[in-house]
Ligand binder design. Structure first.
Ligand code: WQD
Length: 337
């Protein structure tokens, strides 16, 4: 079974390629290398013993997408990760986000729905919920107006998939990730943020390693136990495994609706200070930090109700926050060695 993974050399994409290969799938990774490196292919091969096929394609180029699907019309499914994903950058450069995240999806769908079967797993995000009223967040929680162009591209992407599925052979699963962190236990692949990390955990590991002077904690005056924001941090390998299960659901035509939605989280919320404390415990390293003003666009609290993924997908996160932080630290040390 040939599976296409767009953004296949990226953080979540590469971990999903590993899990697909572990399940015996033939994988074609597509990536434009704008936020990943070709060496990731070697890391994947060191883990699974098999280098995935690789196509260096920018999915914004419609002709390149058409050409790829013409040559690969026996694809069983597509897992679509390729997108720009920095919230702050999306505010500064919305057109980059609308062109990249939406055109790529449209071009893929135009070709995919011309094939005999059209199965798509879509990388969505808990960002679509904004600040949900009720915790833990269920899949039927209200979709709030997006707080960034990045979040808007995820909301619009979901709507495009719904509309296309109504009138074509498309079957799709939308996976709404909470906060993916960590690295493969082998430390052969992991998160490779370019420049100054935007996300909490890579900033912590780089600070612990001495690459950053100290962590800035964006506000401790929120209405939470310790005043810092709460998130649901999920190990990237747990997340990757969920993609394979969701794909198999479509391949075996077990989906109950043409488009299904699942939250992917641990179901547990952790504050920024709790993450720092947990990291210091697993790494034995201090993380110097200073509290600074709040970051605009941050929601106060977001953690998942995982009942649907547990009961319908038969998937449950296995790794703990400490496991994930320990794997992130092991990766940081490896990649700097
Ligand atoms: C987590 C918490 C920050 C950095 C974003 C996207 C989401 C997904 C994951 C792509 C917040 C605090 C952070 C720092 C800090 N991305 N923080 N100092 O914003 O929850 O989610 O990344 O799919 O779509 O929205 O993740 O890791 O940036 O922040 O205090 O240097 O850590 O304020 O409370 P976020 P994050």
């Amino acid at each position: 079974m040939k599976i296409v993974v767009t953004g296949g050399l990226g953080f979540i994409g590469s971990h999903t390629v590993v899990e697909l290969q572990n399940e015996g799938f033939e994988v074609i990774a597509i990536d434009n290398l704008s936020n990943s490196s070709i060496e990731v292919l070697d890391g994947i091969e060191r883990i699974t013993g098999k280098k995935p096929l690789f196509e260096h394609i920018d999915l914004r180029e419609k002709a390149a997408v058409q050409d790829f699907f013409k040559k690969n019309n026996d694809i069983a499914g597509v897992i679509h990760f390729a997108a720009s994903k920095a919230v702050g950058e999306s505010v500064e450069n919305p057109l980059l986000y609308y062109e990249n995240n939406l055109n790529s999806l449209v071009y893929i769908l135009q070709e995919l729905t011309n094939l005999p079967t059209a199965n798509l797993i879509f990388s969505s995000s808990c960002t679509v919920y904004g600040q949900a009223e009720k915790m833990p967040i269920t899949e039927d929680a209200t979709i709030q107006p997006a707080m960034s162009p990045y979040g808007n591209t995820k909301q619009i992407g979901e709507e495009i998939i719904f509309d296309v599925a109504q009138v074509t052979n498309l079957n799709s699963v939308l996976l709404r990730y909470f906060n993916p962190i960590g690295a493969h236990p082998s430390a052969e692949i992991g998160e490779l943020p370019l420049g100054v990390p935007q996300n909490l955990v890579p900033f912590i590991t780089q600070t612990a390693f001495g690459l950053r002077k100290e962590l800035a904690v964006f506000g401790n005056d929120y209405p939470t136990n310790d005043g810092t924001c709460i998130r649901d941090y999920i190990h990237v390998v747990d997340l990757a495994k969920a993609h394979v299960i969701a794909l198999q659901r479509l391949l075996q035509k077990q989906n109950q609706e043409k488009v299904e939605i699942f939250n992917l989280g641990t179901g547990t919320g952790s504050s920024v200070l709790e993450v720092i404390t947990a990291f210091e415990k697993v790494s034995g390293r201090k993380v110097p930090y200073k509290v600074v003003p709040r970051r605009s666009g941050d929601v106060i609290t977001a953690y998942a109700n995982t009942d649907k993924a547990n009961n319908v997908l038969g998937w449950k996160a296995q790794f703990t926050l400490e496991d994930a932080l320990g794997s992130a630290w092991k990766w940081e040390q490896k990649v700097r060695s």
